[in-house]
Structure formats: C-alpha cells, structure tokens
Design a protein around this ligand. Structure first.
Ligand code: COA
Length: 590
C-alpha cells in the first residue's frame, strides 16, 4: 500500500500533473470528475511548482497522463504517483508508440505504473492492451491509447481503493528516442508502405524529416494512393518528387507507386522563400509556387468507400438506404480539425451538393480524430507573412467562411441534419455541430464549447443562437465562461448532445448509419415540419443575420481592436510555447 492511502471507496483528491492539458488529460479530467472525485490540474512547469501544488492540494493520488520530465522524488516519495505509459508492460522509454508503429506490432497497450526514481520502471497498477490500426501516431494516441489509458487509470484507482498492491513489471526494456537516421525515408529504396509507416510513426510529433523541392521540412498527414495515375505518368518522376496535387496534399512518387503528403512544416536556417514560417501547414500552401505548376488530380466528392474508389481527399460524400428513406453522409476529415477559409469554402460547396440530392437525412461526420476545431490558427498566422495580408484579415475571412458553413446547415430546411461526432470538437467546431438538428457522440468524445482560452476570443459560428436554444441562456453563459472540457455524457445532460452511444471506432459509425436510417424511415417528414416551424418562429423573434452581425462586431474588436490578446494567444498556440503557469480555472488548488 502506498503511503498515505487506506482502502476506501470515498471520492479521492486527484491531482493531474501533465506537460499540457492535452486530449488524454482532458478525457481523464472529465471521467474522474464524473465519478465524484475532486480533480485539480497542475501543468508540469518546474519541480518547485509541482511541490507547491502538492502541498496546497494535498492529493490522495497524483496522476501523470503526459509528462516529458521526471516527477520530483520529493513528490513521489510522499504521495502515490501514477504514471501513464503508452506502452505494454515491460516497455520503457519516450518513443513507445513511435517504435510500435515502426516495428509493425499488431498489438500494443497502455501501462499505469507507480513513479519511482527511474523512468517507467515502477511497479504496475494496471495495463490494457489493444489491437493496432494502420494510422498515424497521433490518431492512435487520441483513440486507442486514450481509451486504454482511461480504463487503466480507473482500474488502478479501484485497486488502490481496494487495498491491493501494484505488481512487479517483470523484465523491462528501455527504448531510447528514435534518432532521425533510424526512420529517415530512403526514397530510392523504401516502398509506399514503408514511407507511410515512417511518416505515421512521427505524426504529429516530431514529424518526419525529409526534403521536398530542395527544402528541409517535416512531413505529416500521409495517405495511401488507391486510384493510381497511369503508370506511364509515374515513369517521368524520381522517387521523392511531387507529381500532382489535390486539396492540401502533394502526390509524391515512391519506388512502387506514390503517397499523398497533406501537411508540411518547413525547417532549417534558410527557408526559401524567407517568408516560410516553421508552422505545420497544407503542403500545397507551403510550396505554393511549385504546387501551382503541378497538375491537379481531383476526385469526385460523391464516391463510395469501395476499394479503388475511396481515393483519399479531405471530403467525401456517400449515400445509403432506399428511396424515400435515404441518408447522405458527408465526411470532412480536415487535418487536426482545423478549418481554413479554403476548407470552409469546400465544405460549404459540398453541403450545397448534398442539399441537391434526394435524401431525408444528412449526417455530418467530420473526421475520425476530430469533428472540428474551428478556424485554422496556423493558416491565419502564416497569412501575416504574406505581402498585403495580415493575421487580422485572414482571421476575418476565415470566420466569415466558417459562418457560411454553419448558415448552410442551419438553413437546410428540407431534411434532417445530424452531427455525428467520432472525435473531439473544440471552440467553433462544437458550435458547427450544434447547428445540426441532432448531435450524436460516443462517450469518449470530449467537447470544448468555448473560445475564451484563445485570448478571450468572443467567438462566432452563431453560437449565441445555437447554444442557448439547446442549453438555455443561463447554462450557456456558464458553459462558455467555465472554459472546461465536457465529456459527451455530461454534454448530453446539459442538452448539447442528443444521443450518446457506442464507443470509439468503426462500431460507432455503424450505429450512426443504422440510427440515421431509422430516422429517415420513420420520423423525418414530421420532424422536418416541426423544425421549419421552429426556425420560422426563431427568425421572426430575431433573424440569424442579427446574431451573426453582433458576434462579428465583437470579433472585429478581437481581430482589429487595441487589445492584442487573441493575437498573442494564437502566436503562443501555433508556436507551441511552453506554459508559464497553470490557468486558474484548472488549478482549483490555487
Ligand atoms: N487551428 C490550427 N491547429 C489546430 C487547431 C486550430 N483551430 N486546433 C487544434 N490544432 C492543432 C494543434 O496545434 C495540434 O497540432 P499538432 O499536431 O502540431 O500538435 C493538433 O491540432 C491537436 O491539437 P491539441 O491541442 O494537441 O489537441 P487537444 O485534443 O489536446 O486539444 C483543443 C484540443 C480544441 C482544446 C485545442 O486544440 C485548442 O484549444 N484548439 C484551438 C481551438 C480554437 O481556439 N479555435 C479557434 C477559434 S474557433
């Protein structure tokens, strides 16, 4: 039994000690609070600060979901500290997932260990394994690892409460960080599968180093090519060369085919042109001039997922069900859920296409990892480096385009709309979902329905209409001012989510399709009549244009006014500057 704990089922005082309040930390925050525990957060800034937080909060247990440094001995010797390691029992080191992907492991896991002097070397409180998926590291982290870690932490706390002891991990192996040379792409040798595996093992951090158009960069967001260009077209290019473009991505030749590379972060001392910022951006924007000279290889928006037709693009529309009870499904898998002006315009056009189809229900599916995270802060930051443009102007264009998307959904008056959240949503991305008639999510989804963390941004996306109409005016204010993440179940209690079911992955999508089919078959026409009546009454009470105008007047002040908080916060966010303190609304002990 760790010192200071007696067997108990009482609510515990739990301190989440984390490098950042990232998706996993947020998921644990909502799950633990939902179980009645008292939870506070301290970002890992310095040993002295951690010691102070522990002294102030006097936690029963410290939980470390995501740390880059050791927990000070003065803390783990006094309080039991549970460290979440994204690796199986016996695995140790900072690149656990990277290496599992590189090795091509078919199964992986998460282990909750008690902190001791050595990294990942303590006794084991719980572990949960899962089958691996062919996906980027970040996606595995947000889905499989987060699910397994949540289960493992809950199990570990239960074992502590039951007075059990942690177990010896048995033989362990330390794996160091992956040196760049170990996973560098050898374009002359590596086949497409190898190139994909290497890129995915480093995506989103640190990104795989390579060169494109002679520029040092890190690449992300790689996708296989299923519809290949004619082999003759390949022959003219060397492996590693870009051959075509689509949306944000470049089609890069490999020895046996090609891969799409969607996002790039330029690096090195002398980027060309000098206006290139070290930010993760669409590949076609980083290499704007070179990409413009490449042929575009479009793919129809409306395409099935059957082999050969499901060639990658950010957007895809498909339909299912019999005539009269037909369901349209719109996927918009924007990288990291960030939606630039270009992406908003594409989505708006796709919604218009979907509207022209004979369906009774339209399901908005977002992406697998994120439904949406609102306007594209990296693209906005990058715009400031272009002559004649500014971050304020780019923010303005982006929010207008985002609002046009939301308006398209709000005014879809001839069918039911469903936002089905397969992944998390933040800021404007949440209100985009709330514009739909129904919002469905699985219990692992975390929502951040507020803007103020981004330099006190007021926000738009018609949130002043869609949030109070679901949650009521009082609760709406509490939600946006509270600035806390909400689990899907909690969001359902507050009226933001209509149905919470299934679990992360394909199972949720299957159930969404089946429920949408039922909706189209049984309820669609009467529900559409009811929504038309409500929309007309709402419009008579206050037009949508008035909500938009008022929100945008506030946003104008955020973008162009004398208070630069939004611009400062965005700069910190996109350049990932280290936190200097823990925000008060998270560190309740302070
Ligand atoms: N624009 C650009 N990039 C964004 C983004 C946005 N709106 N939202 C998230 N991202 C990026 C992050 O920079 C990160 O990039 P990385 O792959 O280089 O690490 C990635 O998406 C994942 O985000 P992260 O913050 O690590 O995810 P999280 O699950 O821990 O946190 C949020 C989710 C939504 C709380 C957080 O990303 C956030 O606050 N985003 C900004 C939301 C916002 O203010 N939007 C603008 C107003 S509408």
């Amino acid at each position: 039994m760790p010192s200071g704990l007696t067997p108990t089922t009482r609510p515990l005082r739990l301190l989440l000690l984390s490098h950042a309040f990232n998706s996993l930390t947020q998921r644990l925050f909502v799950e633990l609070r939902a179980r009645g525990h008292e939870v506070s957060v301290e970002l890992d800034i310095a040993d002295g600060v951690t010691e102070e937080a522990v002294a102030m909060f006097a936690p029963d247990v410290v939980i470390a979901p995501f740390l880059k440094r050791r927990i000070p001995a003065t803390v783990w010797q006094r309080v039991p500290c549970l460290v979440v390691h994204p690796g199986v029992v016996g695995d140790r080191g900072p690149a656990a997932l990277d290496r599992a992907i590189l090795r091509g492991d078919t199964h992986w896991g998460v282990t909750v260990l008690q902190a001791v002097d050595d990294f990942d070397a303590g006794p084991v409180w719980a572990s949960v394994n899962f089958p691996m998926r062919a996906a980027p590291k970040g996606s595995l982290y947000r889905q499989e690892v987060t699910e397994a870690a949540t289960q493992a932490v809950l199990r570990a706390l239960q074992r502590i409460a039951d007075g059990k002891q942690p177990q010896d991990p048995g033989p362990t192996r330390w794996w160091p960080a992956v040196p760049p040379a170990e996973r560098a792409i050898d374009w002359a040798q590596d086949d497409s599968a190898t190139v994909l595996r290497k890129i995915r093992s480093a995506d989103g951090h640190p990104g795989l180093q390579t060169r494109l158009f002679g520029q040092d960069c890190r690449v992300f967001d790689a996708h296989p090519v299923t519809t290949r260009p004619a082999p003759a077209a390949f022959a003219d290019f060397r492996p590693g060369q870009a051959m075509a473009r689509r949306g944000p991505a470049l089609l890069c030749r490999t020895v046996d085919g090609a891969v799409w590379i969607g996002h790039v972060r330029p690096e090195g001392p002398t980027p060309q042109p000098a206006s290139l910022l070290p930010l993760k951006l669409p590949a076609t924007e980083v290499f704007r001039v070179q990409a413009a000279a490449l042929p575009e290889l479009p793919v129809p928006l409306h395409r099935a997922s059957a082999a050969g037709q499901d060639d990658w693009d950010e957007l895809r529309y498909e339909e299912s069900g019999p005539q009269g009870a037909r369901v349209g499904q719109l996927h918009f898998a924007f990288h990291n859920g960030a939606m630039s002006t270009r992406q908003c315009e594409r989505l708006r056009d796709a919604l218009r296409l979907a509207r022209g189809r004979d369906t009774q229900v339209l399901v908005l599916l977002g992406g697998e990892d994120f439904f949406s995270n609102g306007i594209h802060l990296n693209a906005i930051e990058a715009a400031a480096a272009h002559d004649g443009d500014s971050a304020a102007d780019a923010s303005w264009r982006n929010i207008e385009a985002m609002n046009d998307v939301v308006l398209e959904i709000l005014t879809m008056d001839d069918r039911l709309t469903v936002a089905a959240l397969r992944g998390n949503a933040g800021a404007g991305g949440v209100f985009l979902a709330l514009a739909a008639d129904e919002v469905w999510a699985h219990p692992g989804v975390v929502l951040n329905p507020h803007y103020r963390n981004m330099g006190n941004l007021h926000g738009s996306e018609y949130w002043t209409y869609v949030l109070p109409r679901r949650a009521g005016a009082g609760r709406a204010q509490a939600i946006v001012q509270g600035r806390l993440p909400l689990g899907a179940r909690q969001a359902a209690e507050l009226g933001l989510v209509d149905a919470c079911f299934g679990s992360v992955g394909e199972g949720f999508l299957r159930e969404v399709r089946s429920r949408a089919g039922e909706l189209a078959l049984h309820n669609a026409s009467s529900r559409v009549r009811a929504k038309l009546a409500r929309r007309a009454a709402d419009e008579a009470h206050r037009p949508l244009a008035a909500y938009r105008a008022d929100e945008l007047a506030q946003m104008h002040r955020n973008f162009y006014g004398f208070d630069p908080s939004y611009h400062v916060a965005r700069y910190h966010f996109v350049h990932k500057l280290a936190h200097a303190w823990t925000p008060r609304h998270l560190a309740v002990h302070r």
